[in-house]
Design a protein around this ligand. Structure first.
Ligand SMILES: NC(=O)c1ccc[n+]([C@@H]2O[C@H](COP(=O)([O-])OP(=O)(O)OC[C@H]3O[C@@H](n4cnc5c(N)ncnc54)[C@H](O)[C@@H]3O)[C@@H](O)[C@H]2O)c1
Length: 254
């Protein structure tokens, strides 16, 4: 891989134990960054897998909905690696969510979606901002979703939470830019990260619609998305902020 300048850089990837988060952590580590994986489950296994390739990776339990837990995650990154340069807000209620008519989504389920996906992103940004401001350097990348551009039936709470992530991205870019911290988002389309996502219902009902929307008419895999995250985390993107980069095969244009 071309040297993207990640040597000596420290990244936190939330929800990095599986799926896109794992692929992002793997790619950042392979590109030379030191990576802390924070997740509510599976962080240790992920670290075990990633370390076996010689990468400098640590992991910890982290619940992005808890201020204390988020603070502990950021402190763990600092204690292990001495700084925090990159934050990837990837943790979300995502692959496991059930398709539900909006009339049947309870206020509790709606708030839980907002709590993990939107508040979690907000809390992680708050926790790293003093460090990044002091360094006068930082790259924050939030995981958005193409569903928030177009809307999508039966996951309205998820779509609303990703809309919040997108608008938060723009606002924080304004506030943090004075200290050379960039805040951007990557917006994937439906991305198959494991067999659970290529299930029968997806293949039969959703996939034809997804492919119809795309300029590049094929399934998307983690490898199709991680490059956009790495670009926004790199010095090549130092003057890019407040943007939402669609890595979706040409499905949304904005
Ligand atoms: N895969 C897709 O099709 C797709 C499409 C658009 C956007 N995205 C976004 O990309 C990101 C990753 O998606 P994915 O498909 O890999 O999701 P996933 O559900 O496979 O993984 C999410 C990860 O977040 C962790 N997590 C959940 N709640 C948490 C919490 N409270 N604190 C910390 N970690 C928590 C989970 O344990 C899991 O490891 C998400 O933000 C998702 O919304 C994914």
């Amino acid at each position: 891989m071309t040297d993207m300048g990640f040597g000596g850089k420290v990244a936190i990837v939330t929800g990095g134990a599986r799926g896109l988060g794992f692929a992002i952590a793997e790619a950042l580590a392979a590109a030379g960054a030191k990576v802390l994986v924070g997740d509510v489950s599976g962080a240790e296994d992920a670290v075990h897998q990633l370390s076996s390739t010689g990468s400098d990776v640590k992991g910890c339990f982290a619940d992005v909905t808890s201020e204390d837990s988020v603070r502990a995650m950021v402190e763990a990154a600092q204690a292990s690696f001495g700084r925090v340069d990159i934050l990837v807000n990837n943790a979300a209620i995502a692959a496991d969510m059930a398709m539900t008519r909006f009339e049947d989504i309870s206020p509790k389920a709606f708030l839980r979606m907002m709590e993990v996906n939107a508040l979690g992103t907000f809390l992680c940004c708050q926790a790293v901002s003093p460090i990044m401001r002091a360094q006068r350097y930082g790259r924050i990348i939030n995981m958005a979703s193409g569903t928030a551009f177009r809307g999508m039936p039966f996951v309205s709470h998820y779509v609303a939470s990703k809309g919040a992530v997108m608008t938060l991205t723009r606002s924080l870019a304004h506030e943090l830019g004075e200290d050379e911290i960039t805040v951007n988002a990557v917006s994937p389309g439906y991305t198959i990260t494991g067999p659970n996502m290529a299930n029968e219902s997806y293949m039969q009902k959703v996939r034809p619609e997804v492919l119809k929307l795309r300029a590049i008419k094929r399934d998307a895999y983690a490898d199709d998305v991680v490059g956009a995250v790495l670009f926004l985390a790199s010095d090549g993107a130092k003057f890019v902020t407040g943007q939402i980069l669609a890595a979706d095969g040409g499905a949304v244009y904005h």
